[in-house]
Design a protein around this ligand. Structure first.
Ligand code: AMP
Length: 281
């Protein structure tokens, strides 16, 4: 496995692979890798001849008051996980490699980014889209893997690739959870013992919502109500949003039907956590 910080090195390597007719799978991450990231790497490993993982804490997707400086980083540990999972190349650029001082071009969207996380993080998805398109141009993967954990991000990337005719297949992968139900996240490391227990309210409340849907409930309001009431019982939790939207367009819907996303964001102390489920049928 190689670790490259330079764009030119990645391009050179991928060009040589493509000249041999090999396929390339790509997993973009911000590092501090866990089983959730590993599930994406495993999927990429199965379906492609070569696998590239990027590890880049992208300054552009953090708001001015967000956790860019404190975001956890551990390249040595990440490299071990990647090596064991059969990754061929880690791309780990410095911010200066990705953004020259003259940088002034962005990818943005009119829809999909205004609801859910877009409300409290108004510049977040512009940063995500811009860096992901740049990474696609650098790595030129056949397939790219994203977690349903960040369901709005997955929808945004799918839309961007369709709208801008990017020649890559986007593959969504299921949410990987801790044994007790908490969705795995690099940000879980911010939680103290008491908050870690309180954080279970996210998966617990969504389970209640899911059970209601399974019983045949079609009203988005009713599902939001049961989730909201459960979260409000937890003193350390503060709701950012509890929403029911169409998964493709990320617009609110009143009726639970096919391809509906039930998504929540909740502060546990100072840590903002997200979780969701998708109604398939
Ligand atoms: P991040 O490093 O948080 O930017 O995440 C990189 C990729 O890993 C994104 O596509 C995430 O959706 C995905 N991911 C993060 N946590 C999980 C999880 N618990 N299960 C599945 N995918 C995840």
């Amino acid at each position: 496995m190689k670790i490259y910080g330079e764009i030119a090195k990645v391009r050179e390597t991928v060009k040589a692979w493509k000249a041999q007719g090999l396929t390339v799978g790509f997993v973009p991450t911000m590092g501090y890798l866990h089983e959730g990231h590993k599930s994406l790497i495993d999927a990429a490993r199965k379906e492609n001849d070569r696998v590239v993982v990027s590890i880049f804490v992208n300054p552009m997707q953090f708001g001015p008051k967000e956790d860019l400086a404190s975001y956890p980083r551990d390249l040595d540990k990440d490299a071990k996980l990647c090596e064991a999972a059969g990754v061929d190349v880690i791309f780990h650029p410095e911010p200066e490699e990705m953004y020259t001082p003259q940088f002034c071009s962005y990818v943005d969207m009119n829809g999909l980014t205004t609801e859910l996380c877009g409300k409290t993080r108004p510049t977040h998805f512009r940063g995500v889209q811009t860096v992901v398109l740049k990474l696609f141009h650098i790595v030129t993967p056949d397939r790219a893997y994203f977690g349903q954990k960040d369901a709005q991000q997955l929808a945004v990337i799918k839309r961007m690739v369709t709208d801008l005719n990017v020649d890559v297949q986007i593959i969504g992968c299921p949410i990987i959870r801790e044994e007790d139900g908490l969705a795995k996240s690099s940000r879980n490391t911010y939680l103290n013992a008491e908050e870690r227990k309180a954080a279970l309210v996210l998966s617990r409340s969504l389970k209640l919502g899911k059970e209601l849907v399974a019983k045949g409930e079609k009203s988005a309001e009713a599902v939001k109500k049961v989730i909201t009431e459960e979260i409000e019982k937890e003193p350390l939790a503060k709701i950012d949003y509890v929403e029911v939207v169409d998964f493709d367009t990320i617009t609110p819907t009143e009726t639970i039907g096919k391809s509906v996303l039930v998504a929540i964001a909740v502060y546990i102390g100072k840590t903002r956590l997200i979780d969701n489920f998708i109604v398939e049928a």
